[in-house]
Design a protein around this ligand. Structure first.
Ligand code: SF4
Length: 221
């Protein structure tokens, strides 16, 4: 993996400029599916609100899983892991991915590497396969695919947080790849002002939104 030059975006939080291209967190694909205007409020306008209970719980559970995993883990380089997985199954947690080509980066909750395929797992609270969650896990698949020079198939999967319950999975096929690239490009167009951040039309989302007390686009609920 090559080292890329990275500097923070001068005005948009969480965006970095890597290899002369904006680079945003892949978790934004989930936020984008919920309400693009939330990304605008938080990262362009810089509004700060407390994280939700689910966000805090997710961070704690990540840390516990990570600690459990590290106890029995063998340190390995990415290249070594890929090579090992050609003949045996291996698992990695909090796997960092970055694509300067697509301008995205993040940490995959868990990657299973087998001689036949890679499974990219994202842990979520609950068991509903929202399209925003699917977009996020496909974003990880896209960045992962860009990093590996390997013909093995890639599967995106959603797992109920804190359990072994994989409640949704699908191959990251051509159609999924094209749709994900289009979505990533849409977010890039938002960041450079080519498109307007669109607010949700669903008042139920506003009800559960952590920005609802400060949002000028909030719908009555
Ligand atoms: S309050 Fe509603 S419109 Fe505003 S950011 Fe939240 S979900 Fe979007």
């Amino acid at each position: 993996m090559k080292n890329s030059r990275s500097i923070p975006h001068p005005t948009i939080s969480q965006v970095k400029i890597i290899d002369n291209r904006n680079n945003f967190p892949i978790s934004w694909l989930n936020k984008q599916g919920f309400c693009e205007y939330g990304i605008y409020l938080e990262n362009v306008r810089g509004i700060e609100v407390k994280p939700t209970k689910a966000m805090v719980q997710g961070t704690v559970e990540h840390a516990v899983l990570e600690a459990d995993f590290k106890e029995g883990a063998q340190p390995a380089t990415f290249e070594k892991m890929l090579e090992t997985s050609e003949t045996s199954e291996i698992l990695s947690r909090e796997f960092p991915v970055i694509s300067s080509k697509y301008g995205i980066r993040g940490f995959i909750d868990e990657v299973w590497m087998t001689p036949d395929e890679f499974m990219i797992i994202d842990d979520k609270p609950g068991t509903v396969a929202y399209y925003s969650s699917i977009n996020q896990v496909y974003g990880y698949c896209l960045a992962f695919k860009d990093m590996v020079d390997d013909d093995r198939k890639i599967i995106g999967a959603l797992r109920q947080r804190g359990t072994d319950n994989v409640y949704w999975s699908a191959y990251f096929n051509n159609e999924a790849e094209i749709n994900t690239i289009n979505l990533v490009n849409r977010v890039h167009e938002l960041l450079v002002g080519k498109r307007e951040f669109v607010s949700t039309k669903n008042p139920n989302k506003c009800r559960g939104c952590r920005f609802n007390s400060l949002c000028d686009k909030r719908l009555d609920f």
